[in-house]
Design a protein around this ligand. Structure first.
Ligand code: A2P
Length: 273
């Protein structure tokens, strides 16, 4: 019998383990057979900075099964939103992908992470380099007014294998520029660079290749990426992170952390199972 995420049946454990709250799923959206998003309620006491991640998961056989997930929703939003891959034999995502509105998820109460504005020195343009679900923390950041106060331009480069994996494309291109509070800042400052590597699309190719060839800057209409003026955040697979890190460091970028700000920061897009 297929295991279901925790529901409110008589024998379900309804108390959350220490450090977690149980939150109700309020919305689920499947982008593709490999990718989905969901929203849940947010405990009033949960505080985080846009760009951070927390542990989330399900109760399975009476025990918490959790993984690190970046918040897609900005810090000011009342609900929480997450973006996840679906792996058929992944311990958590094989279950989480079947979650339905009204069911409960575990949300860790101690968000952390390095992809936060304070970890970067002041600069001119901010480059947000994402592949796949690495987009999640940047969806939070591009809806936080603070990021637009700090930079002249925010360039969001999202690269995926297939067009359908360009999650949130409509929100970024249609809704955000018309948003009541963010619209003006987004329209003036946010530059969205969607790209696809395994299907025809106006922009094709990996972000690393496009940066090496100076194509990404041309797509964005901004000056060549330099540590003197620009800042970058990286979030993708381990291989993508390593290649972007090497590319930036070869240009003189220095990695920042929670203890010392730098000219770029990096975090892996966590859930792979
Ligand atoms: P590609 O199709 O050329 O492998 P994945 O789903 O495997 O995480 O890939 C998401 C996107 O990241 C794909 O467009 C993929 O391109 C790209 N990608 C994978 N590895 C790297 C890397 N080392 N550097 C830059 N981009 C990468």
């Amino acid at each position: 019998m297929q295991e279901r995420p925790m529901t409110e049946t008589a024998d379900a454990v309804l108390t959350a383990p220490k450090g977690y709250t149980l939150e109700e799923v309020t919305w689920v959206h499947h982008w593709t057979d490999r990718l989905f998003s969901f929203r849940c309620t947010r405990a009033p006491a949960l505080r985080f900075t846009s760009g951070q991640f927390t542990m989330i998961g399900l109760m399975v056989e009476g025990k918490p099964l959790t993984r690190a997930y970046s918040m897609v929703s900005p810090a000011w939003e009342e609900h929480l939103e997450f973006l996840s891959i679906k792996v058929p034999d992944g311990p958590l995502t094989s279950r989480l992908q079947h979650i339905r509105v009204g069911e409960r998820v575990l949300i860790g109460q101690k968000p952390v992470g390095t992809l936060v504005p304070e970890n970067l020195l002041p600069g001119r343009n901010l480059w947000l380099l994402a592949t796949g679900t690495g987009l999640a923390p940047f969806m939070s950041l591009i809806r936080d007014p603070e990021i637009y106060d700090r930079y002249e331009r925010v360039v969001l480069a999202h690269t995926v294998r297939q067009v359908a994996e360009l999650a949130y494309r409509e929100l970024i291109t249609q809704e955000l520029p018309r948003h009541e509070l963010l619209g003006e800042m987004v329209a003036q400052k946010l530059i969205y660079l969607p790209a696809v590597t395994r299907e025809p699309f106006p922009v094709q190719g990996r972000i690393t290749t496009r940066l090496e060839q100076g194509l990404a800057e041309r797509e964005a209409g901004v000056a060549p990426l330099s540590p003197e003026h620009d800042r970058a955040m990286i979030c993708g697979s381990e291989a993508m992170n390593a290649d972007c890190k090497a590319l930036l460091e070869a240009r003189g970028f220095v990695e920042g952390s929670n203890s010392a700000p730098g000219t770029y920061v990096l975090e892996k897009a966590f859930v792979t199972k």
